[in-house]
Design a protein around this ligand. Structure first.
Ligand code: SF4
Length: 131
């Protein structure tokens, strides 16, 4: 796999939500599904009905009609504290060029010194939040 030429060391999420939009699959393990069920206080059966389906040994989250993740609302992840590792590892373990290029945090890494759209505590935003 080709590595991104950009270092993610200084990556900061700008809460654009782009990593949760568009075609793609969000896979989760059975442990991750259990964590989500506990967090949402729902049964496995309800989760399978409204949020995901089984694909061999993994579970896959449903998309919304606009192809964004079923858990994305106003660019925020409804299950942020228990989101799957695939999501937690964005962008550090991703190399999907198209998705990276849509990500505002990634774009900022290619424009060092540009903090123009960085959300910050002064407007009530959380610097460390990763959707
Ligand atoms: S971070 Fe949350 S909203 Fe985004 S793809 Fe993952 S589970 Fe869905």
């Amino acid at each position: 796999m080709m590595k991104s030429p950009v270092s993610f060391r200084n990556f900061q999420c700008r809460q654009c939500g782009e990593c949760c939009k568009g075609k793609g699959t969000v896979q989760l393990s059975s442990q991750e599904l259990e964590d989500i069920c506990r967090y949402l206080a729902i049964s496995h059966r309800l989760a399978m009905r409204y949020y995901c389906y089984r694909d061999k040994k993994k579970y896959v989250l449903f998309d919304q009609p606009d192809e964004s993740c079923i858990f994305l609302r106003q660019n925020r992840c409804l299950i942020h504290p228990v989101k799957p590792s695939q999501c937690r590892n964005f962008p550090h373990e991703w190399n999907e060029k198209k998705m990276l290029e849509r990500c505002e945090g990634y774009q900022a890494l290619t424009r060092p010194g540009d903090n123009s759209s960085l959300p910050g505590p002064e407007n009530g935003e959380n610097w460390s939040y990763v959707p």
